[in-house]
Design a protein around this ligand. Structure first.
Ligand SMILES: C[S@@+](CC[C@H](N)C(=O)[O-])C[C@H]1O[C@@H](n2cnc3c(N)ncnc32)[C@H](O)[C@@H]1O
Length: 268
């Protein structure tokens, strides 16, 4: 299984002989977040760059909710639900927010906060009705284990939106010079990760203080645009927000994470 690891300051990269299955990766991620759910909000709060970055993304989500006059929001991978409560409190008009999260501890915390949260993924839950004016996927779409599952999730998200509904997602950027992206590209080539079944942008890592492995996928702009277009989304807009450096500021495309919005156009 885990062969060698390479240090990346607070995290270390984990190298597998063969990419674990989608199911195994989901179990890994669930376990990773179980071990930090109780301290998750504090971790976010204490890390200045994360606080600034999340604050900016939340503001952009609120602006979209307002301009789209959304009355219902589904927050996928809502974690503890703290950001959803912050978003709701800062809005003048009430938006009904539902959540879902893979992790049972996260889900319990979100429910205790007053966000009606179901445990599961978009794919595992029996959600069929096009009943949300907006869907957000904050700091988590990269956890989806494979291109196939990402594509299936986006398709389902499209179907859950009301016509004219908006999807908001933030993603780690493979081309962000200030973050891991360029190193991931290098490792992918050097370590021949494609032969192990990894996709360009995939990374397995451990927090050095927490011996649990997680998975994240870094995106290129063309990749996310293609994914959304394939499912029928239109009016796709990508903007860049500093993450590691100039956190929370709007930056050029090779200097930050991506915030993407896309519309389910009303075709009647
Ligand atoms: C980095 S945290 C982000 C939580 C929250 N959105 C925030 O920004 O504070 C990632 C969350 O995504 C959840 N998660 C990971 N993969 C998921 C998936 N495929 N479907 C639903 N939840 C998922 C994890 O359990 C965890 O709560």
């Amino acid at each position: 299984m885990s062969l060698k690891s390479q240090k990346f300051s607070s995290h270390e990269i984990v190298d597998y002989d063969v990419k674990p299955t989608d199911q195994k990766i989901l179990e890994m991620i669930e376990d990773y977040f179980s071990s930090q759910a109780d301290e998750y909000d504090q971790f976010d709060e204490n890390l200045e760059k994360r606080k600034r970055y999340n604050g900016k993304i939340d503001q952009l989500v609120r602006e979209k909710l307002k301009s789209n006059q959304a009355k219902t929001l589904l927050s996928i991978a809502c974690g503890t639900g703290k950001r959803e409560i912050d978003i709701q409190n800062a809005l003048a008009t009430k938006v009904e927010i539902h959540g879902l999260d893979l992790n049972p501890v996260m889900c319990k915390l979100a429910n205790e906060r007053g966000i009606e949260c179901q445990r599961g993924t978009v794919l595992s839950l029996d959600l069929t009705e096009a009943s949300y004016d907006a869907i957000a996927y904050l700091h988590a779409f990269g956890h989806v284990p494979s291109r196939q599952q990402r594509s299936q999730e986006i398709e389902k998200i499209y179907n859950l939106l009301t016509p004219g509904g908006v999807f908001c997602v933030d993603l780690m950027n493979l081309d962000d010079e200030n973050e891991w992206g360029p190193n991931i590209k290098k490792l992918y080539e050097e370590k021949k990760w494609s032969e192990k079944g990894l996709e360009l942008g995939d990374i397995f890592y451990k927090r050095v203080d927490l011996q649990k492995t997680s998975f994240f996928h870094y995106f290129s702009e063309s990749e996310i645009v293609q994914l959304l277009t394939n499912s029928g989304f239109e009016s796709i807009h990508v903007q860049y927000v500093g993450y590691a450096i100039n956190a929370g500021q709007e930056v050029k495309k090779d200097k930050g994470a991506m915030f993407v919005t896309a519309i389910k156009t009303d075709k009647v």
